[in-house]
Design a protein around this ligand. Sequence first.
Ligand code: HEC
Length: 157
Amino acid sequence: MKRVFVIGAAAAAAFSVSMAVSAPQKPAGADTQLPLKEFMGHVMDRNAAQLWRWTAYEIDEKGEHSGKPTTELEWEEAESDALTLQQLTLLVENSVFSSDERWAVHLAGLRAAATASADAAERKDYEALEKAGNDVNDQCVSCHLTFAPDLERQPDP
Ligand code: HEC
């Protein structure tokens, strides 16, 4: 874990005390929770793509490209991407589908796969990172098949 040293904590505390005197006002847009479709398309998908980038392998005319983390910082970034995904599952526990008990089960499955990805990155275990990344994908697909099957339908050839 990285440590962040806070300088001037006393000054910050004094500031928040003086702020508390006047009635706090919520900034405009403070209650914005995205509809599920927007959350999936903009937040969940993007973060999963970041995680999968670390295990992507491509061959093009310029040669082979592996996304494999090589430096201490890159492994740490892979761990951060996995933990971000893990935390995102908590944001959609309440959704239009929550009354169906399968919703929480699918979310828990994704959370476990994201946690396994984070553990693998912390141990710098590339094989385990690949395996957990595939499991993340399986969990996305499995929930879609239950709640939004059209998403996983293959386009006609
Ligand atoms: C717990 C269930 C669940 C899990 C897990 C899940 N999704 Fe979804 N996802 C949905 C549902 C339901 C929709 C359809 C929402 C709608 O159209 O209202 C959806 C829609 C989407 C869409 C389409 C968004 C659009 O603009 O139409 C994408 C992309 C997506 N999910 C990506 C992912 C990825 C990537 C993962 C895994 C990292 C994932 N989802 C995990 C339930 C889930």
